[in-house]
Design a protein around this ligand. Structure first.
Ligand code: UGA
Length: 446
């Protein structure tokens, strides 16, 4: 492999745009490709079509250095790249738990068909185990006999909100491949992280593919585990935060991802645990991952729980003004895919409540999804006249709300902390009725 390979990144969503800009930051010449001309137009101007801290600066910087370009032409990409990173989406199929693999197969097949020089295809998308071996066959069928195309699977573990940092300073790197030349080429790409002693794991295809889904399944399990205990503390009394702290001090358990609340959402955890169940049952291992069904159910029950709590506090939902703080699936993102906050807002609206939503970044995407909810231009507008306030995404500006100052807007001083981030003593001192998930709701149990 050449010393400074030319890189393409196919798919310029959260994963691809971040990867492309990060590769430019590492000094490579990069071409980003997407089928969406509007997205490419924006990226070319150095404008990020979604919210991700640090990424706009990186995009602009490398539009300036000339190391980062974008195109809609897969042909141009196929002819340009020595390494093609596949970063297209693998969303959940409509009406099915399995992942929709169309974009991955299309991208790999196009590169294989159009490549006119030897190259490496490195998959970053989250895929069902067994995909790489299928892709190897596809590449052999499609490619010209004059070129050699290698394949590696190199999953990505970045978190939205920390995408740039996670890409440039990953916890670990894993590359699944059969041909050691592919491993060597990717070691070169990641030389910077490797020089800082980032663990680099070379494995077979299956281990690399499974590592990604195993990591997300484990994280989802941790969250639902603590949320299942919330169901118990809500019944018998107790404080879920203290419980999480107490078990989290055990280094074998660890405190991270034990924040109880309205649960996980986003474009990854929910669909990945569903796709994993679908894949293992295809393999005839139906019972092996059946616990993930429970993980999913516990997670969805948290949303219902918020709706039930609001019903027990307000007795009647029709026309009751409810302020929902948060729409994105987590803070520092504008992503509302499978967002617990937005789901709760929609459920309350469907039950007849007058729901007003405020989110610092997520309202344009939310409005596309649920146009009938009211989106308030400011927090104050959102709170105006509310009979109860629900904090469902833990943006800093919500965590730092001053209970005295916001008292004047609401019609009744009641708040439900759906993320366990508020200090109840402060709120109660200011005269608020305070509820939170996994604690302080026992008096509401029917
Ligand atoms: C997740 C993984 O954390 C990444 O490692 C992975 O690369 C990514 O999916 C992916 O597959 O692309 P992300 O979806 O950005 O990243 O979000 P997380 O930070 O994992 O949060 C997921 C959800 O869990 C959020 O809704 C968050 O509010 C919730 N969560 C997280 C909790 O409810 N409690 C916690 O303690 C932690």
């Amino acid at each position: 492999m050449i010393q400074k390979p030319k890189i393409t990144v196919i798919g310029t969503g959260y994963l691809g745009a971040t990867h492309a800009a990060s590769m430019a930051e590492l000094g490579f010449d990069v071409l980003g490709v997407d089928v969406d001309p509007a997205k490419i137009e924006k990226l070319t101007q150095g404008i990020l079509p979604f919210h991700e801290p640090e990424l706009p600066e990186l995009l602009l910087k490398h539009a300036g250095t000339g190391r980062l370009r974008f195109t809609t032409s897969i042909q141009e990409a196929a002819e340009y790249g020595d390494i093609h990173f596949i970063a297209v989406g693998t969303p959940q199929k409509e009406g099915d738990n399995a992942a929709d693999m169309t974009y991955v197969y299309d991208a790999v097949s196009s590169i294989a068909r159009l490549a006119n020089k030897d190259c490496l295809i490195a998959g970053k998308s989250t895929v069902p185990v067994g995909t790489s071996r299928e892709l190897l066959k596809l590449i052999e069928r499609e490619k010209s006999p004059d070129v050699e195309i290698q394949l590696a699977w190199n999953p990505e573990f970045l978190r939205e909100g920390f995408a740039v940092k996670d890409t440039l300073e990953p916890d670990r790197l894993i590359v699944g491949a059969e041909d050691q030349r592919a491993v060597k080429a990717l070691k070169l790409v990641y030389a910077d992280a490797i020089s800082r002693e980032t663990p680099f794991i070379a494995s077979d295809f299956e281990t690399a593919e499974l590592t990604k889904v195993a990591a997300n399944a484990f994280l989802a399990t941790k969250i639902s585990f603590i949320n299942a205990f919330s169901e118990v503390t809500e019944r018998v009394g107790g404080d879920i935060r203290v419980l999480a702290d107490a078990i989290g001090y055990d280094a074998r358990i660890g405190r991270r991802f034990l924040n109880a609340g309205v649960g996980f959402g986003g474009g990854c955890l929910p669909k990945d645990i569903r796709a994993l169940q679908a894949r293992v049952s295809e393999l005839g291992l139906d019972r092996t991952m059946s616990f993930l069904h429970e993980i999913d159910q516990i997670n969805l029950r948290r949303r219902e729980r918020v709706v039930d709590l609001v019903k027990s506090v307000l007795h009647e939902l029709t026309d009751k003004k409810i302020a929902v703080l948060g729409a994105t699936f987590k803070p520092n993102s504008d992503d509302v895919r499978d967002s617990p906050a937005l789901d709760v807002a929609a459920q309350l609206y469907n039950a007849g409540a007058d729901v007003s939503v405020y989110d610092p970044q997520g309202m344009p995407n939310s409005a596309k999804r649920f146009p009938r909810l009211t989106y308030a231009p400011t927090i104050e507008d959102c709170l105006e006249g509310a009979e109860i306030v629900l904090l469902l995404t833990e943006w800093t500006e919500f965590r730092e709300l001053n209970p005295e100052a916001v008292s004047t807007f609401v019609s009744r001083k009641r708040i439900l902390d759906g993320r366990n981030v508020l200090d109840e003593t402060k709120w109660e001192r200011a005269g608020w009725e305070f509820y939170a998930l996994g604690r302080r709701t026992d008096r509401l149990i029917p």
